[in-house]
Design a protein around this ligand. Structure first.
Ligand code: SAT
Ligand code: MN
Length: 603
């Protein structure tokens, strides 16, 4: 038998009986295995070799043109009670869901090889890490999982060790079971289903990252958040970055942003020149997912459960993210980018090179749209980033000093503010969101709330999730401070008021100063804001009056905002914790008092 864990062998047998593959391959994660798979995919056209002189080890995959992104309307959380999945998830009853998707899996691997991928989310020896096994018929998925997770023999050994320990205690072995088939890549025959109680994922009909690399959004966020709730930790859609000051002290910050707000850029930030000269350094731990749990000292310790970056290619350039660009010059899997005449990868926003072949393999013609798909991606080992922190391998995780929420808010929301305490911070996270941009379909300028950036990823009812967040505030806890940032505030002329990118370090410096007790602030009804003198702004070019606008709290605008937040909390009905409602009422009352004080002064 391939594994010493009978429960695992049995499940693999069951899946093989259902899907009927020609061969079964247990992945060991070795270099030899990776080379064999790569040769096979180059031979059958799944992968194309890119220019090996300029981009050694790099390949290109062109997906089915109708399989280029996550599919939220086909992504289900299947709890026995719909109320437990909440209004934030699409739901189907577990028995009905299993029946529907098993009918698709029936015989789907005939003529194909079934790969069994044991993987570990997080450092292999970390108590915070959790393991899973993905079964797939896609060698492209195997290649990506090898970069994105700790995959193969060491993961299997941990699963077997933990399984044996559970059995010795008379319990069931615990590992997440993920079953995936690309099926026919037919959008009409596609589901991404989660069964949190069964620690099971079933995904059919898509080969795209978030739908197919089951360790990522499916396990590390949807199933992970569910596991985290019952075990007392947090599985979050957050980057983790280390900020080292000239004294050599490093503070770790975890930050959640909705999509298209520059998470990868912040995780790999390059300090402004003046900061670099003084000795500031930025260390990348993770760019997408953060698992945190309280340590013995009461602080929250975090790991990045992933081992690689699955980043958006368009917009990645020396001017925007030199660290990301440097990471992807070798040993990178590109998906749906364009290529130049000499077979180098190309995408919109890359200043060097000219596309001749578009992402679908057609001669490039601007009439067909962008050369690279807007959601084209690179898959690369995190260790290839020049800013990669060896602490990402630390079994204990890194202590988190600050949690930062953010969104794309062209108006109202200041550059940065600090929540007054944990409960207020949870409200700030619950209320976060972005105004829609022209890049998304639908109306422009509509505010979409996306609590903690987890809307598509929270594996249970958001109301219960808010309650779980609040539960960390207990005796002995030394919780991080919580902040909200907005890099996207615009002036009356429609232009951004803040330069963003590396200059964001100035805001992070204030945030860290607040955690250390060295930075000043003023109290307002929405939280603590820096005064102009509390930010270091030498060397940054801001327009006249920009700073005043960036640090302004418009009381009437905020009264309307906080009322709207109240209506949003109502959408989760009785599951919304009373503590969060009273927090919203407290802020509303503080704002109303300010209006009353202004009126008294005016009369
Ligand atoms: O959903 S993916 O993981 O493929 C990409 C993302 O949204 O972060
Ligand atoms: Mn993400």
């Amino acid at each position: 038998m391939p594994s010493s864990l009978q429960a695992l062998n049995q499940w693999v047998d069951e899946v093989a009986r259902l899907t009927q593959p020609d061969h079964i391959h247990w992945c060991d994660g070795s270099d030899a295995e990776a080379a064999t798979l790569r040769a096979q995919m180059l031979a059958d056209g799944t992968l194309l070799e890119l220019n090996q002189e300029t981009h050694p080890g790099c390949t290109l995959h062109r997906s089915h043109p109708a399989d280029v992104a996550r599919v939220e309307h086909l992504t289900l959380v299947c709890t026995p009670e719909q109320e437990d999945a909440g209004p934030n998830n699409h739901w189907m009853a577990p028995a009905e869901a299993h029946a529907k998707i098993d009918a698709l899996f029936d015989g789907c691997m005939k003529g194909r090889t079934m790969y069994v991928i044991p993987y570990c989310m997080g450092p292999i020896d970390s108590p915070i890490s959790r393991c899973g096994v993905e079964i797939t018929d896609s060698p492209y998925v195997v290649a990506n999982m090898r970069v994105m997770t700790r995959m193969g023999a060491p993961a299997l050994a941990r699963i077997e060790r933990e399984g044996a320990a559970a059995i010795a205690l008379g319990e069931q072995p615990v590992f997440v079971k993920g079953l995936h088939s690309i099926g026919e890549l037919d959008p009409e025959r596609r589901w991404i289903m989660h069964f949190p109680e069964e620690l099971t994922i079933k995904s059919y009909g898509s080969g795209y990252g978030g739908n197919a690399l089951l360790g990522k959004k499916c396990h590390a966020l949807r199933i992970g958040s569910f596991q985290a709730r019952s075990e007392g930790w947090l599985a979050e859609h957050m980057l983790i970055v280390g900020i080292e000051n000239p004294q050599g002290e490093t503070h770790y910050v975890a930050a959640a942003f909705p999509s298209a707000c520059g998470k990868t850029n912040l995780a790999m930030l390059i300090p402004p020149e003046g900061y670099r000269e003084k000795g500031w350094k930025v260390w990348t731990i993770g760019d997408d997912i953060c698992w945190m749990r309280p340590g013995a000292d009461g602080r929250l310790y975090a790991i990045n459960p992933e081992a690689g970056f699955f980043g958006v290619a368009p917009g990645t350039d020396n001017s925007t993210n030199p660290n990301a660009l440097a990471s992807i010059q070798h040993d990178t899997i590109y998906t749906n980018v364009a290529v130049t005449a000499d077979n180098q990868p190309w995408w919109e926003g890359l200043h060097e090179g000219t596309p001749v072949t578009d992402w679908q393999g057609r001669p490039y013609d601007p009439a067909n749209g962008p050369a690279a798909h807007p959601n084209s991606r690179f898959t690369v080992s995190a260790k290839q980033a020049p800013s990669w922190s060896p602490k990402a391998e630390d079994a204990q995780g890194v202590p988190i000093s600050a949690i930062v929420f953010g969104g794309r808010r062209p108006s109202l929301v200041p550059l940065v503010f600090e929540a007054r305490d944990w409960a207020h911070g949870v409200l700030v996270g619950a209320a976060m969101g972005s105004e829609t941009t022209a890049a998304a379909t639908g109306a422009v300028g509509v505010l979409r709330r996306d609590s903690m950036a987890m809307k598509p990823f929270c594996g249970y009812n958001y109301g219960d999730y808010f309650a779980h967040w609040l539960s960390f505030d207990r005796p002995g806890a030394k919780l991080p401070k919580i902040f909200h940032v907005n890099w996207f505030r615009k002036g009356a002329d429609g232009k951004f008021l803040w330069p963003g990118y590396g200059e964001n370090l100035r805001v992070l410096e204030w945030i860290i100063g607040r955690c250390d007790g060295t930075a000043g602030a003023q109290e307002t009804p929405i939280g603590h804001l820096p005064r102009q003198q509390d930010l270091h702004l030498d060397g940054v070019a801001l327009r006249d009056g920009a700073l005043g606008e960036l640090l302004d709290v418009n009381i009437e605008g905020w009264r309307a905002e906080v009322e709207d937040i109240g209506r949003y909390l109502d959408t989760f009905g009785t599951r919304t914790p009373q503590r969060l409602r009273s927090e919203q009422q407290r802020v509303a009352a503080a704002l109303a008092a300010e209006t009353a004080a202004d009126a008294a002064v005016a009369s």
